[in-house]
Design a protein around this ligand. Structure first.
Ligand SMILES: [Mg+2]
Length: 279
């Protein structure tokens, strides 16, 4: 049975992705993970069914679902409206635990760099400058041959900058506050309810997601790479469509599992002893 053998070989090469469990703390990157990449960030399309699925998962996981993205949280809210999910934006420089206030890491050294980067984009019109709340991104997706030019320019403008660092991604280099990354953001969510004491799962596609994979691994959870490359993630799926399909199937399975949404955990109900997280 050739087909069967191939299947076994594939499974041995990379473990299969299990459906989301009721005790999962779910962390999801946005671009290239929930949504297909587009030539420009503002052109990204969100599959209509996805918003409903994320809402179901948010309810069934008792609120333990957060989007962990390089985008500002305001853009995530725009794409996923009417949802306002817990989120870390700008790689963790923005943070929102629920639908309320967004806290931001300040980046006072950023503004003086902007004129230099604007001059770079004037010199190379195929580049695109994206202002974020506390970061800036230089995209070269339209001109991959300019990768070296962008790297050199970013190194130059950061030479005398304080509290900022470069973050390379897919066809983009960002300048963001130093010392924040997606791993720190996930670890911060995992310190409090409703995330604490759950098993973290983080899905992402980019190099900037690797600290997130390392963080969930350290916490006994699962990293899911969307795509194929060297990674510290434990499992991979082929692309955003495969990831969305897995989210839809997981949401249906959690709905089918019965019970009332948002019924867990309930202090009044007896249950297995719960560990208390202290320092
Ligand atoms: Mg991504």
């Amino acid at each position: 049975m050739d087909a069967g053998q191939n299947h076994v070989l594939r499974c041995n090469a990379m473990p299969q992705l299990p459906l989301i469990e009721p005790n999962t703390a779910l962390f999801l990157d946005f671009d290239g993970t929930l949504a297909d990449l587009a030539p420009r960030p503002e052109l990204v399309q969100v599959e209509p069914e996805l918003v409903g699925t994320l809402h179901t998962l948010f309810e069934r996981l008792n609120g333990a679902l957060a989007v962990i993205s390089g985008r500002p949280i305001s853009e995530l809210d725009h794409f996923l409206q009417p949802l306002r999910l817990p989120a870390a934006g700008v790689h963790g420089a923005e943070f929102r635990t629920d639908g309320g206030m967004v806290s931001k890491t300040s980046a006072p050294g950023l503004e003086p760099l902007i004129p230099h980067l604007e001059a770079l984009v004037r010199a190379y019109p195929a580049l695109r400058l994206e202002r974020k709340s506390v970061a800036v991104a230089i995209h070269y997706r339209q001109a991959p041959e300019l990768a070296g030019v962008v790297d050199a320019a970013v190194t130059e403008v950061l030479r005398h900058a304080v509290g900022l660092e470069a973050l390379p991604g897919k066809m983009v280099v960002e300048i963001k506050p130093a010392g924040v990354d997606k791993g720190d953001a996930i670890a911060a969510f995992m310190k409090s309810a409703p995330f604490a004491e759950r098993v973290p799962l983080f899905a992402g596609d980019d190099l900037t997601d690797e600290p997130g994979f390392a963080a969930v691994r350290k916490l006994g959870g699962l990293g899911v790479l969307v795509g194929q490359r060297e990674t510290v993630a434990s499992v991979s799926v082929s692309g955003p469509a495969a990831l969305r399909s897995w989210l839809h199937r997981s949401a249906r399975a959690l709905e089918g599992a019965g019970g009332q949404p948002r019924a867990v955990p309930n202090e009044a109900e007896p249950g297995p002893a719960r560990r208390t997280t202290t320092s």
